[in-house]
Design a protein around this ligand. Structure first.
Ligand SMILES: Nc1ncnc2c1ncn2[C@@H]1O[C@H](COP(=O)(O)OP(=O)(O)OP(=O)(O)O)[C@@H](O)[C@H]1O
Length: 304
């Protein structure tokens, strides 16, 4: 019999998962899974629980939570030689990763996709010693993700980021950096740099419109120094996915990226604080198998 381990964050989003556990277990049982659950207890617990699932050789790990919990689960799986298949049930405030996989927000619909059993291999990002699923980067602007109070996020969701962004705009300043990417070099003043795995990031659904989840490449975005008016213009273009050819931006694909600066710059990894520069990014090609809807499988994405 196949074995599945559910790792869920009881505090994620609007805290709805608990009410659906009986139905979720029943659906998995009917699909031939012997399933057990782990409710996370706080920061770092989902990573530990994923490691335990690896040790116990579960076939499948199902993560119910937002991007924060999935990030932790992936950090628990990514380092290991044996990696169970990953199922995602999006129950967080931010579910960029699930959206990139085209997983539905409805809990039972997401479970149906997992029990249908179609998987694709996806790339995982590594920044220094940590793994990420959506995006990493640096620059004053990326700091706003952890300046938004948790309570405000629960109530307002994405809107909270925008409100905070508007409040912070006048204080954003540039930093001098050096960025090496697949043999190319950028040196100069930037507002921010982003290293994206998926196309949908922090409410900007077209930030990296041509990104593929399993081509082994990051989308690198470097926003050069701009004034406030230019910055707002580019952010507006980015909402529509029309920023790619703007002269203030470098938009490129790369597998390996190194960023350093003489200044102190904070890093952000999947929306959380990720330490300080320097940073080295590696794209781990098709590192995890994840469940996706059948119509999400393009011929080139199929498991090898
Ligand atoms: N039992 C718990 N109590 C409080 N916090 C928890 C608990 N379990 C996990 N967490 C923390 O909650 C964080 C956010 O969770 P997650 O991303 O799943 O939900 P979310 O609602 O999308 O939250 P956010 O948008 O604020 O990141 C996790 O990174 C983890 O550190």
């Amino acid at each position: 019999m196949k074995r599945a381990r559910i790792i869920y964050n009881p505090t994620a989003g609007r805290e709805i998962f608990k009410r659906h556990i009986a139905e979720v277990l029943q659906k998995l049982e009917m699909a031939g899974y012997e399933t057990s659950c782990h409710a996370t207890t706080g920061a770092g617990d989902a990573k530990k629980a994923a490691r335990v699932a690896v040790e116990r050789k579960y076939d499948v790990v199902i993560c119910a939570g937002g991007d924060g919990t999935i990030n932790e689960v992936v950090n628990g799986l990514a380092e290991q030689d044996y990696r169970p298949k990953l199922g995602v049930i999006p129950t967080g405030t931010t579910n960029d990763f699930a959206r990139a996989l085209q997983m539905p927000r409805d809990i039972e619909a997401a479970v149906d996709i997992i029990t249908a059993g179609h998987t694709i291999p996806i790339d995982i990002g590594k920044m220094n010693d940590s793994y990420f699923i959506n995006i990493a980067g640096g620059g004053r602007l990326t700091e706003l993700t952890y300046e938004v109070p948790a309570k405000l996020k629960t109530v307002l969701g994405q809107l909270a980021y925008y409100l905070k962004g508007i409040e912070m705009l006048p204080s954003i300043r540039s930093s001098e950096v050096s960025i090496e990417y697949d043999g190319k070099l950028f040196e100069g003043e930037i507002m921010l740099f982003l290293v994206a795995l998926t196309n949908s990031v922090g409410g900007f659904e077209k930030l990296a419109p041509d990104s593929s989840i399993n081509d082994g490449l990051f989308t690198l975005l470097i926003l050069k120094k701009t004034n406030l008016a230019e910055f707002i213009r580019i952010a507006t273009l980015a909402l529509r996915g029309e920023h790619i050819n703007d002269p203030n931006l470098i938009y490129s694909k790369a597998n390996h990226i190194k960023v350093k600066s003489k200044e102190k710059m904070q890093l952000n990894i999947d929306g959380e604080y990720g330490g300080l520069l320097p940073a080295e990014f590696n794209n781990l090609y098709r590192h995890l198998e994840v469940f996706v809807p059948i119509d999400d499988i393009r011929p080139e994405d199929k498991a090898e």
